[in-house]
Write a protein that binds this ligand. Structure first.
Ligand code: ADP
Ligand code: ZN
Ligand code: ZN
Length: 828
């Protein structure tokens, strides 16, 4: 038995699974129990993985077991099976062979190679596995893991199409549900959609378009309006994505410089020397992915393995496809739609060295590669790298950096908008900073072919030649539109005149547009339509949050006093009534901001009745696979305008998009969180990067009531450095990361008063602890109700600790029942 082995141990009357952490000569306790059995003769966790688990437990204040669990695939004991085979003709029985060993050997002699489950049936109620391992040690039995072949199970998808001619269906539109009901609206939307789309379609397309479900389709089928059918798809994740093998292009000069640095790092790591992480900072389309591909290629050539983390497979299909194309047969994909069995198979293949690369979201970091040499974190600023359902509450960026150090691998972190803390590490030399300032459009050839397909005259193309085979494009121009002026000019629409004109142009030229609405933070803050300012806490300058009177549907238990309607500061707990006048300029036009994607879509349809619109938000993507469907729908030119939220900011490539409109740029700025400006800058920059990736060029329009704000100014100028310097100064002044560290303690309870009581109690204890241990550098903020004051019917209260190392105050004695997060990405 060795560290990393998965074992079964007695616990009370149960058998539980555990992982061997250390083997000690002298147990520290008097009474010990023997380990019952090995679950898997292969070591499940490598030494580097065990070290990572210990590190994570330490850094995130989480129980060690939860960190070890990250690395053991679900159902390992149930999924895994082994193939047992006798090595040759049975040697004469020797005196030291036990009856159990003898029985197993005879069985394998008689029946040939068997799976463990078959042996279980042949030798019922016998603990034959230790005997098998003993025989294997003497070379008499071979044991190999059994894996199902990688791509098998066909999956059936349901399809739907119109059963009657569109005019016939159109005449029925009012008779398919109760007047004024939601179901009528959904069914009408389904039929409208099918009328535009001849031929059978995957039902989830219809769901995504209409918000409807199978019940609606049944209702329509009963009325003879639609036909439901079936067609087969392959569920293998790799086989499902088509790809063409591709050759690496020659690098541009900037790429060459970055690549040389990383190559040197790989050589250094191979020589056993510690190598600091690389921060690869380059705008969208600057050629970062090409660098990752080179690095992976180099690692594979040296017999090593690589982990590539992406925010979400469904949102980064192009990146994934490029890895599949460059390294056919060597890439394993991990994503949320894999079954437990598929996940287990990938895990095992990686462990056996049958895979060279794994691409996936944050959990892919725990792939058990025995010869890991490279970890890439693409779009490393992305919040999906934080595990907010824990414990452990960990950030995959930090975990990747730690893991690379422990495993002797190289870590490459790529982003167009690195988070402030990462950028600062690179600035101070702890990490290496690599920059790709130029945007690459693509090969000359690809550009020309693309332009031809779009029937664009060559002289209309907006690109210039870089060295080698690549062409360059500058970032799209950004226009900032002051919405206060629109109001003054009498335009009450949510679209400015500039945006309306630009949309008109796009529709006339049959190009595509994206309208982006920041969902985070919408409809919760109050601002002045004349001066643009939002209302802020007089004590800590945090934006105040407006809580509307509780709606009648939400039934609070009678004992609980609902929090009074009005303004709340979610940092310090300050409360106030909604003022009648703006404290800045005295205007009475203070309003809440409240616009959803639906409203944007409705207004759009009103202005441009002929436009085909598509909504991409949390509502329309609830169904499995809906991301892919909406995206491919839009990419195939089946819609003119895509209205969406945060998902638009991820790494997708939409070549026909020539206009990006941001409905209200400052929305995210008014969240009561110290990273609000940073996150707003990041999302605006990423969204703006979606325009002008086509040879047709493109334009970005930012609408805002706060055109002076530095985050908006910097995003409009594509000026990361300006934002970085300004924001860093602000953080230094107010004492936020990277100049301090934070710990957030959160308590949830069905009753608001109970949560508040618990929070006040712990706050008292912590205050006493800080005083008695004379930790003057550690500061406590709160308690206060969280911004999202109620989640899943539970009230949330929080306490923030701030200082050089606030986690040390809790290490070894964390308060039970509290959710504890070290440096969480937000304090909402
Ligand atoms: P990023 O990952 O920074 O968004 P990519 O690596 O995806 O950038 O590069 C943007 C586009 O330029 C892609 O279409 C890619 O194929 C192409 N490209 C990248 N590097 C080169 C190169 N050296 N020569 C030609 N085309 C390139
Ligand atoms: Zn005002
Ligand atoms: Zn406050």
């Amino acid at each position: 038995m060795r560290p990393g082995h998965l074992v079964e141990v007695p616990f009370g009357r149960q058998r539980l699974q555990g992982v061997v952490l250390r083997v000690v000569a002298e147990p520290a306790v008097a009474e010990t129990k023997a380990v019952l059995d090995l679950v898997d003769p292969q070591v499940a966790l490598s030494a580097a993985q065990l070290a990572l688990a210990v590190h994570l437990a330490e850094a995130t204040l989480a129980p060690l077991s939860t960190c070890v669990n990250l690395m053991v695939p679900a159902g390992l004991n149930k999924m895994g099976d082994f193939r047992y085979e006798a090595a040759g003709p049975l040697p004469a029985p020797q005196g030291d062979r036990t009856p159990g060993q003898q029985r197993l050997l005879s069985l394998l002699q008689r029946r040939g190679a068997l799976h463990g489950r078959q042996i279980d049936r042949a030798l019922p109620r016998q603990n034959w596995r230790p005997a098998a391992r003993e025989l294997s040690r003497h070379g008499l039995v071979s044991i190999q893991p059994v894996l199902s072949p990688p791509s098998v199970h066909p999956k059936v998808v349901r399809t739907v199409q119109l059963a009657r001619a569109p005019q016939v269906v159109a005449a029925e539109l009012d008779r398919i549900g109760k007047k004024g009901s939601q179901s009528l609206l959904r069914r009408q939307a389904i039929l409208h959609f099918l009328m535009r789309e001849p031929g059978p379609l995957d039902v989830s397309w219809a769901y995504a378009e209409s918000g409807g479900d199978l019940q609606d389709l049944y209702a329509l089928a009963e009325r003879g309006l639609v036909i439901l059918g079936e067609s087969e798809v392959w569920r293998d994740p790799v086989a499902g994505i088509e790809f063409v093998p591709s050759e690496p292009p020659p690098l541009t000069r900037d790429q060459e410089a970055a690549w040389e640095a990383i190559l040197a790092g790989l050589a250094q790591a191979a020589a056993g020397l510690a190598t600091p992480p690389y921060l690869l900072h380059g705008v969208t389309g600057s050629g970062k992915t090409e660098i990752y591909l080179r690095a992976v290629e180099e690692v594979l050539r040296n017999g090593g393995q690589a982990i590539v983390l992406v925010p979400e497979i469904a949102l980064t299909p192009q990146t994934v496809r490029r890895f599949l194309a460059r390294f056919p047969g060597q890439v394993g994909l991990l994503h949320s739609q894999l079954s437990t069995g598929e996940r287990y198979d990938t895990w095992r293949r990686a462990q056996l060295g049958q895979l060279g690369v794994v691409v996936g979201p944050r959990s892919a970091l725990f792939t058990p590669f025995p010869r890991l040499q490279l970890i890439v974190v693409d779009e490393c600023h992305d919040d999906s790298y934080y595990q907010s359902e824990g414990p452990p509450y960990y950030h995959a960026l930090q975990a990747a950096v730690a893991y690379a150090r422990l495993a002797g691998a190289v870590c490459v972190l790529g982003s167009a908008t690195p988070d402030l803390t990462s950028r600062r590490r690179a600035e101070q030399g702890q990490w290496r900073y690599l920059q790709l300032p130029e945007r690459i459009l693509a090969h000359h050839e690809a550009v020309r072919a693309h332009a031809e397909r779009l029937s664009v005259r060559p002289e209309a193309l907006a690109y210039r030649s870089l060295e080698g085979l690549a062409d360059g494009r500058d970032l799209p121009p950004v226009r900032v539109v002051d919405m206060r002026q629109e109001l003054k000019a009498g335009n009450r629409s949510i679209f400015s005149r500039a945006l309306q004109e630009a949309l008109q142009q796009v529709l006339e030229h049959e190009q595509q547009a994206i309208l982006f609405l920041n969902r985070r933070g919408a409809a919760t803050y109050v601002f002045c339509r004349d001066c643009g300012r939002s209302l802020r806490c007089p004590r800590c300058d945090t934006p105040l949050t407006y809580h509307s009177p509780p709606s009648t549907q939400e039934t609070a238990p009678p004992a609980v006093q609902p929090s009074p309607p009005g303004l709340t500061c979610h940092h310090c707990g300050y409360r106030a009534h909604l003022p009648e006048k703006c404290p800045q300029c005295g205007s009475q036009r203070i309003r809440r901001f409240g616009t959803g994607t639906e409203r944007v879509e409705t207004e759009l349809r009103g202005l441009y009745p002929g436009a085909r619109t598509l909504r991409w938000d949390y509502e329309t993507t609830r169904n499995k696979g809906a991301h892919d469907i909406i995206l491919s729908h839009f990419q195939a030119g089946r819609a003119d305008v895509l209205v969406g939220t945060q998902m638009l900011a991820k790494g997708l490539d939409l070549p026909l998009v020539t206009l990006v409109g941001v409905v209200l740029a400052e929305v995210g700025l008014n969240l009561p969180d110290y990273r609000a400006a940073e996150r707003t800058f990041q999302v605006l920059t990423q969204v703006a990067g979606r325009a002008g990736r086509s040879p047709l060029g493109g334009e970005v329009i930012l609408q805002t009531f706060q055109p002076e704000h530095y985050a908006i100014q910097a995003a409009a100028g594509h000026d990361y450095q300006a934002f970085y310097e300004r924001e860093l100064a602000y953080r230094r002044e107010l004492g936020y990361p990277p100049f301090t560290q934070l710990v957030r303690l959160e308590y949830r309870h069905m009753e608001d008063v109970k949560a508040e009581q618990a929070a006040r109690q712990l706050a008292g204890d912590l205050r006493a602890r800080i005083a008695s241990e004379d930790r003057r550098a550690t500061e406590m903020i709160g308690p206060a109700p969280c911004f999202y004051a109620r989640l899943n019917r539970l009230y949330r209260w929080q306490i923030i600790l701030r200082g050089p190392d606030p986690a040390s105050l809790l290490r070894g004695r964390p308060p039970g029942e509290w959710r504890i997060e070290v440096n969480p990405p937000n304090l909402l």
